[in-house]
Design a protein around this ligand. Structure first.
Ligand code: FA5
Length: 351
């Protein structure tokens, strides 16, 4: 009987080695170790042997059964690991390869049109030697107003409807910046002339929205300070940037504009690209879009920024980035830009 058991074990071991599927292994287990399996068949004749033999055969049979069970468990886990590895190898994707990602039906994202234009404008200014600065959304009165020649109680504070944070006592304290001109102040105090920089970012105004007005929108501030800077420098840089963005010479209109932080101040308008100057809801039927207020930096602003206004002068501008996006893509309502409607946003993929 011992011999028979050993033969069974050997044939089991050989058969197990050949099995590659979980189901086949389980079938083999039941063929040998099941209630009516081969091992039980052999052990049936245990009743006919002497007590002495039983004492040897019994433990040996248990030992072999235990070993066979262990071998089955080991084989099953090996098959499982092999299956997982095969699946992983099959499902492996190169996420840096757009085709393989799209083949799986996964849609890849794209940039928001405001980001696309902002980066383009940044690149143009970088190529002309401008630095890029950043500043906080939550500002104090000094940076948003006072340092920009707008003292408390000055009527110009009403030009930009402000979101204020109130102190527990009810007085106004901090505010959400109403323009990126706040970064002019930070730029001046952190560098020595000559310098030139731009500062793109979100700004906030408590305004009624319409086709060309949002409460949260983007501006791109620019400033150049040095000796003998003139309006000619200002118009040169503005025209160059607009030509790069629209890939053509743009019709522009410069009219006097009042901003307490520049003197003289201008409003630079471009021909409305939505209606090509014919008049529409975006340009309020005028054919022109106010895009870029600018001017020569007021001496008081230079002094507040720690710059000697006798020796240095400069220009500054505040580009309305969302309006630029609208003009570039012919978008007839600014509210589409922040509507988070994927049908709209996905039209601007750059690839
Ligand atoms: C300013 O914010 C000045 N700080 C700009 C400036 C900088 C002037 C430096 C001189 C020197 P204004 O409020 O006009 O100016 O806004 C600038 C531009 O932001 C506008 O020309 C327009 O393109 C855009 N803009 C203004 N209000 C909104 C709004 N509610 N929604 C969308 N764009 C707006």
């Amino acid at each position: 009987m011992l011999e028979k058991l050993d033969d069974l074990f050997t044939s089991f071991e050989k058969a197990l080695e050949e099995k590659l599927l979980q189901a086949d292994v389980l079938n083999l287990k039941s063929e040998y170790l099941g209630k009516k399996g081969k091992v039980s068949e052999v052990l049936k004749s245990l009743k006919d042997v002497s007590l002495e033999e039983k004492k040897v055969i019994g433990p040996r049979a248990n030992e072999l059964k235990e070993k066979m069970n262990q071998m089955v468990a080991k084989k099953l886990s090996a098959i499982e690991i092999a299956e997982i590895n095969e699946k992983l190898a099959k499902e492996k994707i190169d996420i840096t390869n757009r085709e393989s990602v799209q083949a799986l039906g996964i849609k890849s994202g794209g940039y928001h049109p405001a980001t696309i234009i902002q980066r383009e404008v940044e690149d143009i200014f970088l190529s002309m030697g401008f630095d890029i600065l950043d500043g906080p959304h939550i500002e104090d009165e000094f940076h948003n107003f006072e340092a920009l020649n707008i003292p408390a109680d000055h009527p110009a504070r009403d030009m930009q409807d402000t979101f204020w944070f109130q102190k527990p006592t009810g007085e106004n304290s901090y505010l959400l910046r109403t323009h990126t001109s706040t970064i002019q102040v930070r730029g001046m105090t952190s560098r020595k002339p000559p310098f030139k920089f731009i500062a793109p970012g979100k700004v906030f105004r408590c305004e009624r929205t319409d086709a060309s007005h949002e409460m949260v929108f983007h501006q791109l501030e620019g400033m150049m300070v040095g000796e003998d800077i003139s309006v000619a420098h200002l118009t040169y840089f503005m025209k160059t940037v607009l030509k790069e963005i629209f890939k053509k010479d743009m019709e522009i209109r410069l009219r006097p504009g009042f901003f307490p932080f520049v003197e003289p101040g201008f409003e630079l308008d471009i021909e409305c690209q939505v209606c090509k100057g014919k008049g529409c809801s975006v340009c309020k039927k005028t054919g022109w879009v106010e895009l870029l207020p600018c001017g020569m930096v007021h001496p008081n602003v230079l002094e507040a920024g720690g710059i000697d206004s006798e020796k240095y002068n400069g220009f500054a501008f505040g580009l309305g980035l969302d309006r630029l996006v609208m003009m570039r893509y012919g978008i007839d309502d600014i509210r589409h830009l922040h509507g988070a409607d994927l049908r709209f946003i996905s039209q601007f993929r750059t690839y």
